[in-house]
Design a protein around this ligand. Structure first.
Ligand code: TYD
Length: 213
């Protein structure tokens, strides 16, 4: 591989993007491939500070536009400091959330203009777009139950099911028009879902490692 490959996981809160990013990273590492596993918002010390700020449950009254800029600021730092250098080294970069999260949450969820979100993100990331985006779909009621089982919910998770419903519908539309998108049912058992994702990537890319025996 010369330039690496950039794989993003997306989905509503509770859909398991973090778990599935980790499982994919372990699979590729076990096969001896160089992997950078990272997440948004965050992924670098500066961006993790922005994450703490933007996800702070006590942060009230922030406007959707300010939120959009904070996520874009985190993303810009992350692209420059981690994603592009890792791809240049030839790593497979696996990122838990990316631009589609801003479209789904700040656009479909909070009502900001989708084209403006794309423009701001283009400024933030330049040409650095995913080679594949894996969308995990989950009915909102199921997502909600899963979240209830966690001990702490962040500010966004506390804003309610109505927002999550808009976000879920948004993801459907985003996935439908994403040529690099792959959609999976997040209700599948964790390991079966991981195998399905790996199978789809194996069919797409000849370098993708064989199934574990
Ligand atoms: P995440 O790290 O997946 O949350 P958790 O670790 O609690 O599972 O994402 C944090 C929240 O940030 C999630 O509700 C989605 C939201 N978000 C946006 O609204 N816009 C964005 O651009 C990104 C990256 C995340």
């Amino acid at each position: 591989m010369s330039r690496g490959y950039f794989i993003v996981f997306e989905g509503v809160d509770g859909s398991g993007t973090t778990t599935q990013s980790r499982l994919l990273a372990s699979h590729l590492r076990e096969a001896g491939l160089p992997v950078t596993l990272t997440r948004e918002p965050g992924g670098t010390p500066v961006a993790e500070k922005i994450r703490q700020f933007v996800l702070d449950p006590s942060l009230e009254g922030i406007s959707p536009m300010s939120e959009l800029f904070l996520y874009a600021a985190s993303r810009s730092q992350h692209v420059a400091e981690v994603i592009v250098p890792s791809l240049d080294r030839g790593d497979v970069v696996i990122c838990d959330r990316y631009i589609a999260s801003s479209l789904a949450y700040q656009g479909y969820g909070r009502g900001l203009n989708l084209e403006e979100i794309e423009q701001i993100n283009r400024l933030a990331v330049g040409e650095c777009l995913p080679d594949a985006t894996i969308y995990l779909t989950l009915p909102v009621e199921v997502a909600w139950k899963r979240l209830g089982q966690r001990d702490s919910a962040d500010r966004l998770e506390q804003t309610g099911m109505a927002l999550q419903e808009k976000v879920a519908r948004g993801y459907q539309e985003i996935a439908n028009r994403d040529p690099a998108g792959l959609v999976f049912d997040a209700q599948l058992e964790i390991n079966r879902l991981a195998e399905r994702i790996q199978g789809a990537l194996r069919r797409r890319w000849s370098w993708f490692p064989e199934e574990k025996k």
